[in-house]
Write a protein that binds this ligand. Structure first.
Ligand code: ADP
Ligand code: MG
Length: 243
């Protein structure tokens, strides 16, 4: 479903000490099966968002293949990839209702057919917002706002869902509730999920697989429980995981 084959991403960074540009390189090889739910962790600046942006198509690799649904999409624009991505900043429009914010996911003109309007309601009830359809984002809590953004992603019916630290602004109880909801939705819609998280707690166990990124590459790729095995002590220490 998602294959990154020798993906190289080069970029230059200003080096203030030498007043020159430093060439930096990230490289990714990865294979994720349809329906897997993968959590992506690693230190800040390691390249987690870069990895998701490469898959979504917001940035292009210098070389290598990004195969989604059996097709190399390394040079295909984001809108034409089978991918939807949700950021920590949910980018809701304050002057639009909950339903209109979701409708944007199918038609920027907001001129929906009766069937499409019904679909908006259906998706909103799947994320538990059926009563808030006519309200505005500022009338809702942080968790509810992320549900709107999630609904807007889901209505595009793209089989790959990428979440970049989507629940970091929420308190712990709500974060676990949202994780439950995401798990449930991935099952219901048969989605393949990659979610960046900076939480190294019990939430890791909710995923089929954990990928650890460090210095622009994958240094661990296994089931979450394997992080606690002696062989992976170095990775656990990097993440400051306690056994
Ligand atoms: P993470 O999400 O793991 O915190 P990011 O993927 O956002 O990390 O970024 C990794 C590093 O790569 C950061 O230091 C960032 O500044 C740098 N970076 C990524 N892309 C570019 C670019 N096009 N130009 C300059 N720096 C970049
Ligand atoms: Mg990031």
């Amino acid at each position: 479903m998602i294959t990154l084959n020798k993906v190289i991403y080069r970029y230059s960074m200003a080096d203030s000490e030498k007043s020159a540009n430093l060439e930096e390189v990230m490289h990714f090889n990865l294979e994720i099966a349809k329906g897997e739910r993968v959590v992506v962790v690693g230190p800040s600046g390691a390249g987690k968002s870069t990895l998701l942006n490469l898959i979504a198509g917001f940035i292009q690799p210098t070389s290598g293949e990004i195969i989604l649904n059996h097709q190399n999409m390394a040079n295909i624009p984001p809108g034409k990839r089978p991918v939807s991505m949700l950021f920590q900043e949910n980018n809701l429009f304050e002057h639009l209702t909950v339903a209109q914010n979701v409708a944007l996911g199918i038609k920027p003109s907001l001129k929906l057919s009766r069937e499409e309007k019904q679909e908006v309601i259906d998706i909103l009830s799947k994320v538990g917002l059926e009563k808030e359809v006519k309200r505005y984002p500022h009338q809702l809590s942080g968790g509810q706002k992320q549900r709107i953004a999630l609904a807007r992603s889901l209505i595009q019916h793209r089989p790959i869902l990428l979440l970049d630290e989507p629940f970091s602004a929420l308190d712990q109880a709500l974060r676990f509730e949202m994780l439950d909801l995401v798990n449930h939705i991935c099952e219901a819609f048969s989605l393949t999920l990659m979610m960046v998280s900076h939480y190294l707690d019990a939430s890791l166990q909710q995923f089929n697989r954990c990928i650890v990124i460090n210095d622009g590459t994958v240094i661990f790729n296994d089931e979450p429980a394997a992080l606690y095995q002696p062989a992976n002590q170095t990775v656990a220490e990097l993440l400051r995981l306690k056994g």
